[in-house]
Design a protein around this ligand. Structure first.
Ligand code: XIL
Length: 313
């Protein structure tokens, strides 16, 4: 295979990237995004704060551009994300709404967004990051109003709005077997038992160089064994910068392991890397002194990790 997407297709899997629609005017960026990847996730454009910064005033431009780009390049679309405590518009987070009104606001949001793109989205992160590290539910405007019921309600609303989309719950630091992934396992088990339309679990997999969770494959496997689809949703492997040849090779090995673990798990349908190049990555902005986490370097040249992923697929 000459491209990541061809190699992934031969395995019956997808390989995705987080797409920043604001960068599509950059020819190098859009050529790689469209040519190498078979799925795109909106890095920010489908978050509530991007779509509806003021109540009732929607800004669809970025999300529409992404969906059009995907259609033009024969790509799947991974919707991200309907209900999340972060990157919310201020009017939702600080609105002081009574539960009954917040219920209507959330239902309307899900119906409007999932409804607009119904039929064009393969997978939706209905819920993102609902857990604390110790496995308790994270405090949020939603949890405060409804308790954990907001999770099942969101899945039901998303399913009503887009019955074709596979509905996911996504989180970070759930990559290995630990208190947080145990909580995720209990939650999705109980949702399934209750007949809630949940179809998959996303494992963000924002990794640190040299810290591959030893139970990564076993963890993906136990969720797959529940009959759920499993996706590596936001993979990157960060290191202290500047990088050097030895660490880029070590990174390539770690990327190879992640791909191998997904391929070893029958329910693992694909892997999305969180950004195209190191230049576009969110890492340096959030983890000062770290970066070089993606498959292409600052000049859009493929790194050793690119070759490793192509080879592993
Ligand atoms: C990040 C984006 O990459 C940044 O551009 C933005 O400023 C903040 O959010 N978990 C998620 C993603 O689910 O939505 C986050 O994306 C990274 C962590």
């Amino acid at each position: 295979a000459d491209t990541l997407r061809e190699a992934a297709a031969e395995q019956g899997r997808f390989i995705g990237t987080a797409l920043n629609d604001g960068l599509l005017g950059n020819a190098a960026y859009s050529a790689i995004a469209g040519g190498e990847f078979s799925s795109v996730t909106a890095e920010n454009a489908m978050k509530w704060g991007s779509l509806e910064p003021n109540r009732g005033q929607y800004n669809w431009a970025g999300a529409d551009r992404l969906v059009e780009f995907a259609a033009a390049h024969g790509q799947q679309v991974y919707g991200h994300t309907l209900v999340w405590h972060s990157q919310l518009p201020g009017w939702v987070e600080n609105g002081g709404f009574a539960p009954a009104e917040l219920r209507e606001i959330v239902d309307n949001h899900i119906a409007t967004v999932a409804g607009r793109y119904a039929g064009e989205i393969d997978r939706w992160d209905v819920l993102n990051e609902v857990f604390n590290e110790n496995g308790t539910f994270r405090d949020s405007v939603f949890h405060r109003a409804f308790g954990e019921e907001y999770i099942a309600d969101a899945f039901r609303a998303a399913h009503a709005a887009d019955p074709e989309a596979a509905l996911f719950i996504n989180d970070y630091n759930t990559d290995g077997i630990n208190a947080k992934s145990d909580a995720m396992y209990r939650l999705v088990s109980s949702l399934l038992a209750d007949g809630v339309p949940v179809h998959g679990v996303g494992f963000q997999s924002h990794m640190i160089l040299g810290q591959m969770p030893s139970t990564y494959r076993a963890n993906l496997q136990r969720f797959s064994d529940l009959g759920l689809e499993v996706v590596v949703t936001e993979l990157d492997i960060r290191m202290n910068t500047p990088s050097d040849a030895a660490r880029l090779d070590q990174q390539a090995d770690q990327y190879r392991q992640v791909i191998g673990d997904c391929l070893a798990v029958s329910g693992c349908s694909g892997v999305t890397v969180w950004g195209v190049s190191d230049r576009d990555s969110w890492i340096p902005g959030v983890f000062p002194g770290e970066g070089a986490a993606n498959l292409y370097d600052d000049d859009y040249r493929p790194k050793p990790a690119y070759g490793a992923v192509l080879d592993a697929l």
